[in-house]
Ligand binder design. Structure first.
Ligand code: IMO
Ligand code: MG
Length: 418
């Protein structure tokens, strides 16, 4: 009976879904604690790719229990579609296997509309347009709707209040027509019956599962540098993506989470706008993008590619309390003559081993690289000597052991190093 958090140490897309799916073999419960359908978690089983946005990745294993915590923002249409798809894949009903906290926020159609127009208005962060920012904004402004509101007499007055505010934004700022109370009530009514079987009080459910001796995985979405507080603000998402978010978003004491697995690719990617010191602007960037299939699982956008950044990772290890590393996609780099790793930044003539506080300083950072000899293709899960040296260097610099190194897309392509 233990809690293990799995969090991204970069700008998302680190391969968290793959690591969660792998660890789910030895855990019985997987819980999502923040974010929403902006996440795109890909798991490959028997040569087939499965992408989920809201359902915890580990649920592809039919005996794993899935939990969605209060800290998430849920697009109910997507959630229901994924539940049905999951049932089709596993052949097992999700009832009694998926539990959604009634306190979780609902992403409404007007949030998605606003996210769209806000992007035009602000000049763009390059969001996934899934309504994440507006839904969290309404939560903190205390006019958001929760899953439990669907079953309350107060649904209509609460919806009216939310619409009053959101329609004003859509109308006066973007010149868009209002959403009507009638349409929105009908929309929620249709989803209400489908979501009802899954609604639960997550903190007590987790205690119950703990008492049964179950091992619980906490699945992070996005990554450290998309965190609302510690990311490259304002080029971030709207939730707490770091390990501490797991405690907040699920309602479990921070002292319960003893194992924190930080996931990083063997290089770096970023989708959307914002500073990215180790971005590769020449053909090597395109080569990695092609070879690593670096196109967004949620939006299909090409991901910007760059070298591994130990400055960013060093700080990520610190603020997440990472106890072990999982390195993904190391096989993508094979065939390169040289592989680079940033060990420090130079910002206006000064050397830094930790990242700066503002996005504008991040944008000025010049990486100081250390260059490694490349390696040839992988044979199974054996790391070539040069790749082993690369991994050892990362471990030494970050002061944590890399216990998992993925060498391919399939479940079994995983080097275990403990
Ligand atoms: P997973 O879980 C990569 C990025 C968007 C944008 C910024 C804000 O697959 O790692 P948002 O829609 O959240 O308001 O967008 O965050 N972003 C992600 N990038 N992977 C993700 O999730 C992301 N979720 C959001 O591209 O730059
Ligand atoms: Mg993604």
């Amino acid at each position: 009976m233990s809690y293990t958090a799995v969090v991204g140490l970069q700008w998302g897309d680190e391969g968290k879904g793959r690591i969660v799916d792998y660890l789910a073999e030895s855990h019985q419960v997987v819980a999502r604690f923040q974010g929403g359908a902006n996440a795109g978690h890909t798991v490959t089983v028997d040569g087939q790719d499965y992408i989920f946005h809201l359902i915890p990745s580990g649920m592809l294993r039919p005996d794993v229990i899935g939990i969605i915590g209060a800290g998430t923002v849920l697009d109910l249409e997507i959630l229901i579609e994924e539940v049905e798809r999951l049932e089709g894949i596993t052949g097992v009903s999700a009832e009694g296997r998926l539990f959604v906290d009634g306190r979780a926020s609902i992403v409404m159609p007007y949030h998605k509309s606003e996210d769209q127009w806000e992007e035009v208005y602000r000049g763009g962060i390059g969001t996934t347009k899934r309504g994440i920012g507006p839904a969290y904004r309404d939560r903190y402004a205390r006019i958001g709707l929760t899953v439990a509101d669907l079953f309350s007499d107060e649904l209509k007055p609460r919806l009216e209040k939310a619409l009053d505010f959101n329609n004003q934004i859509l109308g006066s700022r973007y010149g868009k027509p209002p959403f009507s109370t009638g349409d929105m009530l009908q929309y929620l009514n249709e989803l209400r019956c489908k979501i009802r079987p899954f609604v639960a009080d997550v903190p007590t459910k987790l205690r119950e599962l703990e008492a049964e001796g179950k091992d619980i995985l906490l699945e992070g979405a996005q990554g450290t540098y998309l965190d609302i507080f510690f990311g490259t603000y304002p080029f971030v998402t709207s939730s707490h993506t770091i390990a501490g978010g797991a405690s907040i978003g699920l309602g479990i004491g921070p002292n319960r989470i003893q194992r924190i697995v930080g996931v990083t690719k063997a290089y770096t990617t970023r989708v959307g706008k914002g500073p990215f010191p180790t971005e590769i602007k020449d053909e090597t960037g395109g080569w990695i993008q092609e070879k690593g299939h670096e196109f967004g699982a949620t939006t299909g956008r090409p991901r910007r590619c760059g070298w591994l950044d130990l400055v960013a990772l060093r700080y990520a290890v610190l603020i997440n309390g990472v106890t072990e590393l999982a390195i993904t996609k190391i096989d993508v780099l094979s065939g390169l003559k040289e592989v680079k790793v940033a060990v420090a930044y130079e910002i206006e003539g000064k050397e830094h081993i930790y990242p700066p506080m503002t996005a504008s300083e991040w944008a000025k950072a010049r990486p100081i690289y250390r260059t490694f000899k490349g390696w040839e293709e992988f044979w199974g899960t054996m790391l070539p000597v040069e790749a082993e040296e690369f991994v050892k260097f990362i471990e030494e610099e970050l002061g944590v052991k890399a216990t998992l190194v993925s060498t391919g897309k399939e479940r079994e392509s995983m080097a275990r190093r403990w």
